[in-house]
Ligand binder design. Structure first.
Ligand SMILES: NC(=O)c1ccc[n+]([C@@H]2O[C@H](COP(=O)([O-])OP(=O)(O)OC[C@H]3O[C@@H](n4cnc5c(N)ncnc54)[C@H](O)[C@@H]3O)[C@@H](O)[C@H]2O)c1
Length: 434
């Protein structure tokens, strides 16, 4: 099948590449000329494990191509995916400017019936709005299908190739059949393609992200209570995670959730509620998360005093989570800004996110090429992202390089007894030793 995917970001590029992988002829469109120029040279502008090899193979075999020209891409395609960004807009609302521009542009250039599939995360009711935008521009027939994306950055290809479920919303039976067919190769192990109305499909995406964010804020709140009462969140987490009604996933305490989805989707969901319903729970989820981003600096200042001027801190991990270079709304931004505000210097290492981090911090912090280099002369080490390579470091070497043997672990990746043996003062989240 001939497909076009508009927006070649974390979602669009993965979706387009995976559709090419299953034999479709895919053209990816973006307005960002730099991105398209890189992709034409078979270089992937983002870090996503396994993606570059897959892009190269499919481009080589001529099933995957890249362009800034929407016109020809739409004309040759039966199905056009919208995968552009829907960032946070005014008052927490999702900004639909890019979706609107894309829908209208598709409508202006289409010359026959098209199926337009929305992959971007959009507020409930947007499919109907997209239909209106398109009708304003064209008299050609079309169908709109809502197809929210559930992939996780860092495991995006696996998630796309083997989704837990595919959600499709819409009321055009023929279009639905075509899109279902497209997804058949991804659900061969029996995971379902769920067909529903477009509003339920749109809501499903927000409800999933809001539920996950709620789990994180819940465990973070319990971890604070553990610190206050002398319980250990690691034990509590294991104990509750074994209850099958709760499950072991997404109950790891830390420095708060971040990334390009949870913060903005929780806020968009709150704004969808307006005054009725008041969205009391999700407002609390967000408040807990904002407060949680400050927890590590609170511990640093309790140890070193409020004024951190003259002190240098080593930071391991900048990306909002491991296996991605994405810095959007990363908790590291809040933590580092707080350290800088208190007068500290920061030396940071991240395996993949340094380039993105430079766009955030510029030269206000120092970046190193190796994790141990960040430690030289620092008063303490802060762990902000749980990259695998940080899990079993040489603690004696860390101790030699740091001025003081102090670690603030925002991801609970170390065993406090091990660290005490080597002579560290170890602070983590909800484990009652600091
Ligand atoms: N990143 C994730 O993990 C994830 C997961 C599920 C859903 N989503 C949702 O998917 C959507 C895309 O997210 P993303 O992370 O891929 O965003 P992104 O910012 O990485 O990519 C969006 C791309 O769209 C392009 N674009 C914007 N306007 C355009 C236009 N008019 N024509 C062509 N291209 C245009 C931008 O240049 C950019 O390359 C969002 O709605 C997001 O909420 C993201």
């Amino acid at each position: 099948m001939n497909l076009a995917v508009v927006g070649t970001g974390y979602v669009g590029l993965v979706a387009g590449t995976c559709f090419a992988e299953t034999g479709n002829d895919v053209i990816c469109v973006d307005i960002d000329e730099r991105k398209i120029a890189m992709l034409k040279e078979r270089k992937v502008p983002i870090y996503e494990p396994g993606l570059e090899e897959m892009v190269q193979r499919n481009a080589e075999e001529q099933r995957l191509s890249f362009t800034t020209e929407l016109n020809s891409a739409v004309k040759r395609s039966a199905i056009v995916f919208i995968a552009v960004g829907t960032p946070q807009g005014a008052n927490g609302k999702a900004n639909l400017e890019y979706v609107r521009a894309t829908a209208k542009e598709i409508a202006r250039v289409m010359d026959s019936r098209k199926i337009i599939v929305t992959k971007s995360t959009v507020p409930v009711g947007t499919a109907d709005q997209i239909k209106r935008w398109i009708s304003e521009e064209t008299s050609h027939p079309f169908a709109v299908i809502s197809n929210p994306e559930f992939l996780k950055e860092g495991a995006a290809i696996d998630d796309f190739m083997k989704p837990d479920r595919v959600v499709l919303g819409g009321d055009d039976a023929e279009a639905m059949e075509s899109v279902k067919e497209l997804y058949e190769p991804f659900v061969r192990t029996g995971n379902p393609i769920l067909v529903m109305d477009s509003r339920s499909a749109e809501m499903s995406k927000y409800a999933a992200n809001a539920m996950l964010a709620t789990k994180i804020s819940f465990i973070n709140e319990v971890s604070r209570l553990c610190e206050k009462t002398g319980a250990d969140i690691s034990e509590v987490r294991r104990a509750i995670g074994l209850d099958r009604r709760i499950g072991a996933h997404f109950i790891f305490p830390g420095v708060g959730y971040g990334g390009s989805c949870f913060p903005k989707d929780v806020r968009a969901m709150i704004s969808m509620g307006g005054d009725a319903p008041e969205m009391l729970l999700l407002k609390a989820v967000e408040q807990v998360n904002e407060r949680q981003k400050g927890i590590l600096v609170e511990k640093v200042q309790r140890h070193f005093g409020a004024n951190l001027s003259g002190l240098t801190f080593a930071v391991w991990g900048l990306a909002f989570k491991p296996r991605t270079d994405d810095m959007r709304d990363a908790p590291s931004i809040t933590v580092i800004e707080e350290l800088l505000k208190a007068g500290a210097r920061v030396q940071a290492f991240d395996p993949e996110a340094t380039e993105e981090a430079r766009k955030v911090f510029g030269d206000r912090i120092h970046y190193t090429d190796r994790n141990y280099d960040a430690l030289a002369g620092a008063s303490a080490l802060l762990i902000l992202t749980e990259w695998n390579e940080f899990r079993r470091p040489d603690f004696r070497r860390i101790k030699q390089l740091l001025k003081n043997p102090v670690i603030f672990d925002g991801r609970n990746i170390y065993d406090s007894a091990d660290l005490q043996k080597v002579g560290f003062k170890y602070y983590s989240i909800g484990r009652n030793h600091g």
